[in-house]
Design a protein around this ligand. Structure first.
Ligand SMILES: Nc1ncnc2c1ncn2[C@@H]1O[C@H](COP(=O)(O)OP(=O)(O)OP(=O)(O)O)[C@@H](O)[C@H]1O
Length: 622
């Protein structure tokens, strides 16, 4: 077949991919695997001393009734779950090493979680830069992409944005992205879910072609049609956490027959097997599990002894494979160095690619970006009209302070709200890509922080200029620059809070807690309550309050620095001298620079907290 040849060529083709995979077709064997969740009385055993083998060059389907343990099994084999597991997982007879194994395998989740605003080509290119690194020449990356796109039938969709792709195309793209660095083992969780029958067939045919090139391809699958089932080479059926059948697809019915279970004519064998596994044909599951020795044997219909041990392949060949595997791993470790073993590209390339990709995504989120811009301009004009020309009038100086405080709250919330809403969705993309070793979390987080900075400068600037001029604040570049610095700091802090809550919680919880969490800091900002009025045992909150530092910094920008007396539109104005007004807020001895440092410290702490939460979340996914 044409695609088969191309994939084989590619398997031999690119140097980066070759380096990664040379001589490495991996047979995955697991023995006596148990998986338990919970502890003590609530402990639940999900997998029960299950064994099996998934061979290279074969497309294997894991089937079973809902809740049987298919996803749990695959997650354990893929190395995503590490706790509560007993038993052994071997690669070519040698115990699996997590770090190398995750570089050599790819996991394609049920939901595609792709960045909607990138085109197929842009996505593939960024994946190629991240996975193949700087060593692979540009031409080679393009060739790799071209071959994968041809194989997956996506050549005509190269310039289409992900948001415009069909479900089947998204699934194929998700597969294509993981094929770039030529993983030896592909795990797919329900690759056909949500696809119609022809897209499902197309998708599984692609997987079959991929398997034919020597890779080990394992997919969980729900109720496949007879045609779809025929595409698979091997079948592994899980029932209640045990293995009920393991062997070629066309040996399933003979195996069931050997246990006196006859599949009715014109009945889909997959449906029949699932019915049996669900207990609809009486208590035969135990016999089936024993017959296949809970996965220790592979059923073969064409031999006198109908079962062969699942680890029966040639022992000598095993040793050669194992040695080759060890040598290749060793070479890779030496060549790329300790750090780079896990990721295809060096840290700076990861940051650069992610930065470009994030900018592109933010820029193309046109509705959100346009709405944010419009909102900033509209609110600025409204504030300008409401507080028209009050900046130099001592009679309405309280109103001016109120306006300053409002500006801070607006900029804070305008930066925070969109961040946690968008980041929450992006988090799933991060989980998928990070687990497949595209990049490190540090690189992602740095790129995310850097990519947002221009926007956190742009929006407060667009807001502050009209407000400053319309409300007649002192016409001094220095004062404007000081106020502008504070506005940017508060915007960055707001974005950091959004990132933290977007990382920590799902949208409903984050949208409640993120705004509420700022209230204590708002209360001690110094605008609503003087420092002396705060009970001494609560004063420490003031030192943590980014709103305290930002209010302090803003007031000092406008009223400190020997500002001349204000005009007075009434017969008597108590606060004509700005210093007197600062004294009212206990700010006469405050330092603008300390306020900026306080803001910076808040920014840093919140960013680090966001990073730690994300790291915890990513570890928890496993
Ligand atoms: N962390 C957990 N805590 C408690 N129960 C769990 C946990 N993880 C999995 N389970 C349970 O283990 C069983 C197997 O789950 P798993 O997701 O592997 O099943 P599945 O065969 O993939 O099901 P489906 O086809 O419906 O996705 C289910 O009953 C599930 O509720």
């Amino acid at each position: 077949m044409d695609t088969d040849i191309k994939l084989r060529e590619r398997n031999r083709g690119t140097t980066a991919a070759r380096e990664n995979q040379e001589g490495s077709s991996f047979d995955l064997t697991f023995s006596d695997l148990s998986y338990t969740v919970g502890k003590g009385e609530t402990a639940k055993q999900i997998l029960k001393q299950i064994s099996g083998t998934f061979n290279s060059g074969k497309l294997t389907a894991i089937m079973g009734p809902s809740g049987a343990g298919k996803t749990s099994l695959m997650n354990i084999l893929a190395g995503l779950k590490k706790n509560g597991i007993e038993g052994r997982v071997d690669v070519n007879g040698a115990e699996r090493k997590f770090k190398t194994f995750r570089k050599q395998s790819a996991y394609i989740t049920q939901q595609d979680h792709l960045l909607a605003h990138l085109s197929v080509e842009e996505y593939m290119l960024s994946a190629a830069h991240l996975k193949l690194g700087n060593e692979a020449p540009e031409k080679e990356k393009k060739l790799t992409i071209e071959l994968i796109m041809k194989t997956l039938g996506l050549t005509n969709s190269l310039s289409t944005r992900v948001s415009c792709l069909s479900g089947g195309e998204c699934k194929r793209l998700a597969i294509g992205l993981e094929l770039i660095d030529n993983p030896a083992i592909l795990f797919l969780d329900e690759p056909t879910s949500g696809l119609d029958s022809s897209s499902s067939l197309q998708c599984v045919a692609v997987l079959r072609d991929i398997a034919k090139t020597g890779r080990t391809v394992v997919a969980t699958i729900h109720q496949p049609s007879t045609r779809l089932l025929d595409q698979f080479d091997q079948l592994y059926i899980v029932a209640g956490g045990s293995c009920m059948y393991q062997g070629p697809v066309n040996s399933l019915i003979p195996y069931l027959q050997s246990m006196n279970l006859r599949c009715p004519n014109h009945h889909n064998p997959a449906d029949f097997a699932i019915d049996v596994a669900s207990g609809e044909y009486g208590d035969v599951v135990f016999r089936l599990i024993s017959g296949i020795e809970n996965g220790r044997r592979i059923y073969q219909d064409n031999s006198s002894t109908s079962c062969v041990p699942s680890t029966s392949h040639d022992h000598e060949a095993d040793e050669v494979d194992e040695t080759e595997f060890m040598i290749n791993s060793h070479l890779r470790t030496n060549k790329r160095g300790k750090n780079e073993l896990s990721y295809g590209a060096p840290f700076h390339t990861q940051v650069a690619v992610l930065l470009r990709r994030t900018w592109c995504t933010i820029w193309r989120e046109q509705i959100l970006t346009t709405m944010r811009l419009t909102l900033h301009v509209c609110i600025a004009i409204l504030i300008g009209l409401l507080y028209w020309q009050i900046g130099d009038d001592a009679h309405v100086i309280y109103n001016n302070a109120g306006m300053v405080f409002f500006n801070l709250i607006f900029i804070l919330y305008a930066a925070m709200m969109p961040t946690f809403l968008t980041f929450n969705l992006e988090r799933e993309v991060l989980v998928r890509e990070h687990l497949n070793r595209w990049y490190s979390l540090k690189a992602y987080y740095l790129a995310k922080t850097l990519a947002d900075i221009p926007f956190q400068i742009f929006f407060p600037t667009v807001y502050l200029i009209p407000v400053y001029l319309m409300t007649n604040q002192p016409l001094s570049i220095e004062r404007f620059f000081m106020l502008w610095t504070i506005a940017i700091c508060i915007s960055l802090v707001g974005q950091g809070i959004g990132l933290f809550f977007g990382a920590a919680f799902d949208i409903p919880v984050a949208s409640y807690f993120a705004p509420i969490s700022c209230i204590p800091f708002l209360l001690v900002s110094g605008f609503m309550l003087k420092f002396e009025a705060i009970p001494s045992y609560l004063r420490w909150i003031t030192y943590l309050s980014f709103l305290h530092y930002s209010f302090e910094g803003s007031m000092l920008s406008l009223y400190d620095g020997d500002r001349p007396p204000l005009s007075c539109s009434y017969s008597y104005c108590h606060f004509r001298y700005p210093i007197k007004f600062l004294e009212l807020f206990d700010l006469s001895n405050s330092s603008y620079y300390l306020s900026v440092i306080g803001m910076m410290a808040n920014f840093f702490v919140i960013r680090v907290a966001g990073y730690l939460v994300l790291r915890f979340k990513l570890r928890h996914v496993r």
